[in-house]
Design a binder for this molecule. Structure first.
Ligand code: MLT
Ligand code: ZN
Length: 449
């Protein structure tokens, strides 16, 4: 460990179990592993030196950002050097001529959004963990969130990266070129590679216009099918559409219980769709016009002021913490072709009950991408069986076993449900080429050697 202390300073190498503890368990409390030490470099050069030192000793590395991941990708299996990037907080000025900004891997999403907004721009990715989730982790997991319907996932925001490869060499493309036809798309490859190919230390990110005029509607729908069917109507008539989020009565009951929120409607409904529009001019009238004749619309609430909008968003955004307040859930994050979303929702309860009769299933998600967050509480010793049954159901509907949270450690046994043998072999070949000794994030994406 002395070699690491010489690089980052002894105060940034943590070996005391109490000091390491918060890095060794994930946000949900489901994944935990002991690190040989936690090392906290402050620059790309320090990251490179740490990786070189680990490579020469054969020490394996777990890379961690804000530790908000939900698939155990940022916690050690046991014995690794935990490389925390939270000190890489350099945040450049917004460049108005390119609408881009450079952010260190440890910059939080909220800090990035604040700097963008101050300069009259915004950032295209947003999610509930914005105060803790960091740029490095967002890129490494190709995070999605609530704005994908408008701006795409994290990969679509990246125009440059600096990253440290497994041998400690640095690759950097930070000119922010919007067009670059020179060979393999390394930026696109590293985005979503979950720290298995390189350690991302900074990113050049695309910004989007800031739309201050917002309208939020909470729609009570007669069924999931009605919620899915309204979406093409909204997309076609509302260029300002910025979010379309789905949830159900069991999740609503939990957010009300833990957040003390009032009932949004006098009666319970089959499905709830939260829609946001953002524009230069007030989009309320066009949002109302688009939804009022929607088939299957049973009730609606519209908010055109900030506090009313926050109140409606709370029903959706506090799902994660409210579910966790009930216990440690099995968290599955799946996507299916959007036309299969009603079939998935219909079959979920029985699928879970088939392997774990007492379990409670709470689902919510991002309807445009057919992305459902399936949270199962009270699974006892049947967590694996529940995951297996649900992920097989998803695969039978041509879906993905991980939509936006990544594979991490949690979904490794089921990768072959979403990827063909040839695809997995191609991914392995890339891993072997860039990290032949398997130093980076062991147990993530592929089984432990
Ligand atoms: C969300 O959409 O709120 C996140 O993906 C978090 C979660 O799935 O719990
Ligand atoms: Zn999500």
């Amino acid at each position: 460990m002395k070699a690491l202390a010489d690089i980052v300073g002894p105060e940034h190498v943590l070996t005391d179990p109490d000091l390491k503890a918060s890095y060794e368990t994930d946000w949900t409390g489901r994944f935990t592993g002991s690190a040989a030490c936690v090392v906290r470099p402050g620059t790309t050069d320090e990251v490179a030196a740490v990786v070189r030192a680990c490579a020469s000793e054969g020490w394996r590395i777990t890379v961690q950002g804000g530790n908000t991941g939900l698939v155990g990708g940022g916690v050690p299996v046991g014995g690794e050097v935990l490389l925390s990037l939270t000190r890489l907080t350099t945040l450049g000025d917004v460049d108005p001529s390119s609408s881009q900004v450079t952010a260190g891997a440890g910059v939080t999403l909220a800090a990035l959004q604040a700097v963008a907004r101050e300069a009259g721009f915004d950032f295209g990715v947003d999610l509930a963990a914005r105060d803790s989730a960091t740029v490095g982790g967002l890129v490494a997991t190709n995070a999605g969130g609530i704005r994908v319907v408008r701006y795409g996932s994290m990969r679509q925001q990246v125009v440059g990266l600096t990253a440290v490869l497994a041998d400690g060499s640095v690759v950097s493309r930070m000119a922010g070129l919007e067009k670059d036809g020179t060979g393999y798309d390394l930026l696109g490859l590293l985005a979503g590679s979950e720290g298995t190919l390189a350690v991302i230390t900074e990113a050049r990110l695309r910004l989007v216009p800031r739309y201050r005029a917002r309208a939020v509607a909470l729609l009570a729908m007669s069924s999931t099918t009605a919620a899915v069917d309204v979406l093409p109507v909204l997309r076609a008539s509302l260029p300002s559409l910025a979010a379309a989020e789905l949830f159900y009565a069991p999740g609503l009951a939990l957010v009300r219980k833990h957040g003390g929120l009032p009932a949004p409607f006098p009666e319970e409904h089959a499905a709830y769709l939260l829609v946001e529009c953002a524009d230069l001019v007030d989009p309320t009238a066009s949002l109302v016009a688009a939804v009022e004749s929607a088939e299957g619309l049973v009730d609606a609430r519209i908010a055109d002021d900030a506090s009313g909008q926050r109140a409606l968003w709370a029903y959706r955004e506090t799902h994660t913490e409210s579910i966790s307040a009930e216990g440690v859930p099995v968290k599955l994050d799946v996507s299916v072709p959007v036309t299969s979303l009603p079939a998935l929702v219909d079959q979920l309860e029985a699928t879970v009950a088939g392997v774990c009769p007492g379990a409670r299933t709470i689902v919510f998600g991002h309807v445009n991408e057919g992305n459902l967050h399936v949270n199962v509480l009270d699974t006892g010793s049947a967590a694996e069986e529940v995951s297996d049954a649900v992920l097989r159901l998803v695969a039978s509907l041509s879906g993905s076993i991980s939509s936006e949270h990544g594979v991490g450690r949690a979904k490794v046994p089921w990768l072959a449900l979403s990827r063909s043998e040839n695809e997995i072999e191609a991914m392995r070949a890339i891993k072997t080429a860039l990290d032949p000794a398997g130093l980076l994030n062991p147990g993530v994406l592929f089984p432990l050697a």
